[in-house]
Design a binder for this molecule. Structure first.
Ligand SMILES: [Fe+2]
Ligand SMILES: [Fe+2]
Length: 466
């Protein structure tokens, strides 16, 4: 291959000396604030018309206009954690983090996916993402530093006591989310909303963990590796946890390709996933990572046991619960290994710095978990209802077949009133959307994720939001 076929521009040197070749990726570096907008213009992030994204792990639409309207210097507060701004910031961050991991299309590369593949991993996209990442991380998850403060002297025994108490508390609780699946009016649709959120981690399980497999940090590195190889099924593809997740999805008729349900991730679900990238991509987050990871590994077994039995109650024999059952078993061991072979030896060796950060990680993931449960419960509880008495409010908007589809979070209670034609309201990843005919409207509670689509042409008003 000649170097010219790489499309690298040649720049003539002023005095006719040897030609200087400048890699395009590093020309005209944008500012931190401009980088997210230019990132969103790259091919994989452009709008699409469909509510689902089949067979293409690189397509992850980002609304450039909404991204550009965010003031990145004003961090999202805990009170605004479930907001459209938070959704956009976390979608952006996820794309940056995941462009550091390898995805290949399950059905093999085609001309269309090859172009997206090139663009997703291009040096320009990666550079733009990395320029903006610290700013967006602080914006999206910076509130954790305000909400969780660890002070005082911590040592091995106080860390062990705190961690054990936190784990015991979680393991004695009944999961409200799992319980709600069984009492939901449509339990399958409810379970599938949860499974779609779980896909954020389930299809790429232990990718964040893999980021601390390298380097040199003593015997604890090998202890981490023991957990990691279990997550990867000891090199047997069929036993890899993400393979078990795929089989569970397939058994309930859900898509198994990465980000098929891109538009239906709640901001809090992406945030929990992003948190693990935040504390592994930034190496100084390592002790927070092991604290948060140990807490989750030690509480997963109980949670997955509840989920496994709920799914069997909902789907009967048809559901493949091996993903849940494997975690109900192995995470009893992973919890013990992470606490006793990883966290406590690290605290014993690295002292107060490690101890404080471990506790911080535990408390941060507990907070994010509680916020995530509240967000998911609210989405599960929302059953949009057609209402003939909706007052049209706000400017008339148009939507036609083929217009870009997107979902957003309602920042205030919003009324969507259809004036002509009809709209589809999408608010969950599976099941039929709600059809809103002219003369009808739907109330969208603040904080709820929704998307509008039209198969022909419609006019409508939307109050309470842009
Ligand atoms: Fe796992
Ligand atoms: Fe595990």
């Amino acid at each position: 291959m000649s170097i010219d076929s790489l499309n690298i521009p040649q720049i003539e040197a002023p005095f006719g000396e040897a030609t200087v070749r400048e890699p395009m990726a590093f020309s005209a570096v944008p500012s931190q604030r401009d980088a997210p907008g230019e990132f969103a213009e790259q091919r994989p992030y452009r709008p699409i018309a469909e509510p689902f994204i089949p067979g293409n792990p690189y397509r992850r639409p980002l609304d450039r206009t909404r991204l550009a309207s965010i003031d990145w210097t004003r961090a999202v507060t805990e009170g605004r954690f479930v907001s459209d701004e938070s959704l956009m910031a976390h979608r952006f961050l996820m794309n940056v983090y995941e462009s550091d991991a390898l995805f290949l299309p399950e059905a093999g590369m085609t001309a269309a996916t090859a172009a997206d593949y090139e663009s997703f991993y291009s040096r320009r996209s990666r550079l733009l993402g990395e320029i903006a990442r610290p700013l967006v991380e602080d914006h999206a998850l910076g509130f954790l530093a305000d909400e969780v403060r660890t002070t005082g002297q911590w040592d091995v025994s106080s860390v062990e006591a705190h961690l054990t108490a936190a784990i015991d508390e979680a393991n004695q609780a009944v999961s409200l989310v799992v319980a709600r699946l069984q009492t939901a009016p449509e339990p399958r649709r409810a379970a599938e909303l949860l499974i779609a959120q779980m896909a954020l981690d389930g299809l790429t399980e232990a990718t964040a963990m893999s980021q601390n497999i390298g380097g040199a940090f003593g015997p604890e590195q090998s202890e981490l590796f023991k957990i990691f190889i279990d997550e990867f099924g000891y090199g047997v593809f069929g036993a890899k946890h993400s393979t078990l997740f795929v089989e569970m999805c397939r058994s309930v008729g859900m898509a198994t390709d990465s980000h098929h349900y891109w538009f239906f991730y709640l901001p809090s679900s992406i945030a929990v996933n992003n948190y693990f990238y935040l504390v592994t991509r930034n190496r100084t987050g390592f002790f927070r990572y092991v604290g948060a990871m140990a807490y989750l590994e030690a509480t997963f077994a109980t949670w997955f046991r509840q989920l496994s039995s709920a799914l069997r109650g909902i789907y009967g024999e048809a559901v493949d619960t091996r993903y849940c059952d494997e975690h109900a078993h192995i995470d009893q061991h992973h919890g013990r290994m992470a606490v006793h072979d990883l966290v406590l030896p690290l605290v014993a060796k690295h002292g107060t710095v490690a101890a404080r950060e471990v506790i911080r990680g535990v408390e941060e993931i507990r907070l994010l978990g509680a916020l995530g449960d509240a967000d998911l419960l609210a989405q599960l509880d929302w059953e949009p209802q057609l209402d003939q008495n909706c007052e049209p409010m706000g400017p008339i908007q148009h939507l036609a077949a083929g217009d870009p589809f997107d979902t957003r979070v309602a920042d205030a209670t919003t009324v969507c009133a259809v004036r002509s034609g009809h709209l589809e309201l999408h608010w969950r990843p599976t099941g039929e959307p709600l059809r809103i005919e002219a003369g009808y409207g739907v109330r969208i509670p603040a904080g709820r994720l929704y998307g509008l689509r039209c198969e022909s042409e419609a006019t409508y008003t939307l109050s309470g939001t842009r």
